[in-house]
Design a binder for this molecule. Sequence first.
Ligand code: NAP
Length: 327
Amino acid sequence: GSQPWRYRRSERLYGASLMGSVLFDRIALIGIGLIGSSIARDIKDAGLARDVVISTRSPETLKRAEELELGTAYTISAAEAVRDADLVIISVPVGASGSVAEQIAPNLKPGAIVTDVGSTKASVIAQMAPHMPDSVHFIPGHPLAGTEKSGPDAGFSGLFRDRWCIFTPLADTDPDALARLKAFWEQLGSRIDEMDAEHHDKVLAIVSHLPHIIAYNIVGTADDLGTVTESEVIKYSASGFRDFTRLAASDPTMWRDVCLHNKDAILEMLARFSEDLAYLQRAIRWGEGDKLFELFTRTRAIRRSIVEAGQDVDAPDFGRHTLDAKK
Ligand code: NAP
């Protein structure tokens, strides 16, 4: 044929080795960076689909996905990728979700589930829902798992194990479709939660977005400080600074989009943060040691409960001490 798009098929890689129960015959992954490629690896490892069609906007990333054998078919066209797919997972920066939804809409299979992994939810819904045909189930989602790395090489299987995946279904969401999508994420090892999009955006503003913004800010400040040379910042970084640099190394495109698309909740939390910082500043200025001690005791207990909830390990440097171990 004279198809203008690139669509190469390999054998039905997973046909012979299906291990998990196949909830979806064909899955289309739009976006194959850290998150998309981690999903692809889990699907492949556990044999969760017969076909996995991969689409990403750049030929370089597509080629890399193919070299890594992350799917069974590869195409640059998101519209072509979703043809006949029973599940479509969109893993692109949140600012791009409207344009992806518009591209795929005409080719979506009736009855298909369309979901995403975006870090903000109200904005993704506002961008995508208007394009979604009535014949498909659009169910927004957000796996709370990741690293500061990006691209298809950064992904790994097991990323979602014991991590939360939050769904923010619309009012008219079909319960059966939601149950099937939840079952899929459970196969990746996720714990499932459900809430409305506005609530999600507020919660994430405090647990994820603010910490990243604070990290970007403190690393930027240290970089700007004339009195501290760059080499000193790096040389003495293990005293605390280093823990912020991990967050501040996160993908600039992703985080630009998060800031722009969760603006209200982030500004609300930042206002609150500045007030509390002013309180801390006052306590330091007036030598109010009891206030400082009380706060630092309270926060230490929060760290303990995170470890108890299995959301981190109680090792020095949050268990990320491989560098020191090598020394
Ligand atoms: P990533 O590694 O940077 O991969 C991004 C993917 O989206 C790539 O396939 C990229 O394609 C594609 N893309 C980038 N800009 C695009 C655009 N304008 N239009 C269409 N496609 C575009 O990102 P990620 O970390 O996987 O994040 C993907 C989504 O997951 C984001 O919405 C993010 O908020 C969310 N999320 C991230 C984390 C995390 O920790 N990283 C955790 C949970 C959720 P090319 O490479 O071909 O350009």
